[in-house]
Structure formats: structure tokens, C-alpha cells
Design a protein around this ligand. Sequence first.
Ligand SMILES: [Zn+2]
Ligand SMILES: [Zn+2]
Length: 301
Amino acid sequence: MNMIGLVFLLLLFMAFLLIAVLIGVYVYRDAKNRGMNAPLWALIALLAPSLVGFIIYLLVRGSHAKLLCPACSAKVTETYTVCPNCGAKLKPNCPNCKSAVDPGWKVCPYCAQTLPESQEDCLQPVQPQDRVLGKILVAVILIPVLLVLGSATAVIGLRARLTSSTTSYTTLSVGDYLSEMEDPQVQQWFEQSGKELNTAYVLRYAEPGNPHRRTCYVVYLPAVGEDYLSAGAGVSNGLFGSALEIHFDAGNEAGNLLFCAEVSSDKELGLKVYLNGKKVPVEITDVSFCPFPEGVDSSIR
Ligand SMILES: [Zn+2]
Ligand SMILES: [Zn+2]
């Protein structure tokens, strides 16, 4: 799992969380307004997978209309004949028996009186527009789409930044190296290298010129002796740039082994050194010539 995968998973998780919270809060408040069981419906909308709970809620709530008094905007229900807040008349009465009747009825069902076409003193409850639902649906659709587009862009961007490179390397003993390299700068480098077992002391030469520059590394890691189990190098591409990675698997015996690596790449490279899977500090000394003995130079080219 690389960086980009992790970041994407985190974003995805946060997006789902955000959508869930939006839906939960919306359903709770909406159900409460309609006199439905708000905690129960919020829970159903949250826990049923893939928005199934939310969809069921939207279907069921249709029979629990949210109505407001047209005079004072207090909450009313379909069964109220007057507004409990301001007393506005919400349903017509039968002129004969005074029972509340529905506006569409032609005959009073309680006393068989023919009802007039309309009654002017009666107000129809209003159904408020639900603007929040539209926003939630937009979020439910947009957030995953934006996430997918965003991650696709990131992957394409990373691809474009991939470093093309070739790496070759070899090992040799410190003794052989120092006897072949008579350059005082190299001798001085080795003498001045600290003897911290788990620090990599590195000589680096970057050939001038771009693109496809060649860089030579001589790595001395005091913890790695002749009994080392494996050593290898390769270029890794990360979110924050590319690096030459050198890995050692070594036993407990400290030693005097040198690792010579040469990389050609079209971009600048960092350097990371690992000992038994753990990254170690790196101290780099830059030199103005390739610090490889002739034998090494020809063998790894
Ligand atoms: Zn009212
Ligand atoms: Zn009647």
C-alpha cells in the first residue's frame, strides 16, 4: 500500500462519514417535524447499507406530510380543523351538523347535507419546500464523483513524475578500495567518517548535465560486514519525489564493506539507506570526480 492509496482511503472514509452525518442529521430533524419516530428513522437511514435506509425513509415519510399554518407558520397536521397556535380555520365545516369536512367532499358523510363548492373563511395548510433534501442529494452524488476525479488526477500526476532510471551496483572491501583510490579526498573522507554502526557515510558524485544525469555513490555502513546476507539498490517513486534506496540485510558482525552504486536518472534523486528494513541516517560528502576504482567502474557499467 503506497502513500496515494492510503490518502485515497482516508478521503473515501471521510467522505462516507460526512455523507452519513448529513443524512443522519437531516432524517432526524425531518422525521421530528413530521411527528415520526426521529431517533429510529435516523438510525435506519444511517445503518442500512448503500443509502437503502435513506431511500426507505424518503418513501415512507410521504404519508406523514409536513404542513404549516398559512397564517402563522405553526406546525399543523392533516387532521387539525383549526391552527392550535392562532386559531385559523384549516378545514371547512358542514353548514348543517358543523362537522369538519375535507375541502373536496360534495356531501357531508355525517348528515348527508349537500356541501357548498367552497368556503371562503377556510385556509389551506401549506407544505414548505424542502431545500435541504436537494442539497443532500447533490452531496451524495457529487462527493464520490469528485473523489474519483481527484484521485484519478493524482494518479496521472504521479505517473507523470515517475523517474526513469537505471541502477547498477557492487560491493568491495574497504581495504581494497582505499589501496586503489589514492585520492587524498577519498582517504580523508574515510578517516573522517564517524564510526556510528547504524549511520551510512556516503561519497557522492553527480555528473554535470541534464537530462539523464549519472550519479555515483560509495556507501560505508559500519554495521555491515563481509557476512552480510544481501545488499541491493533501486529507485523508488513516492508522492514527494524519487529516491535511490539501498537495502542491506546483515548479521551482527560489524565490518568493513563498501557498496558502490551508480544511477542514471532523468530527475534529481534523494538517497535512503535501510539496514534490516529500518531507515538509517545518511551523511553525504559530495566530490567533484567519480570515486570508483577502475575495476569497479568497468564492472558495473
Ligand atoms: Zn396559525
Ligand atoms: Zn353534516
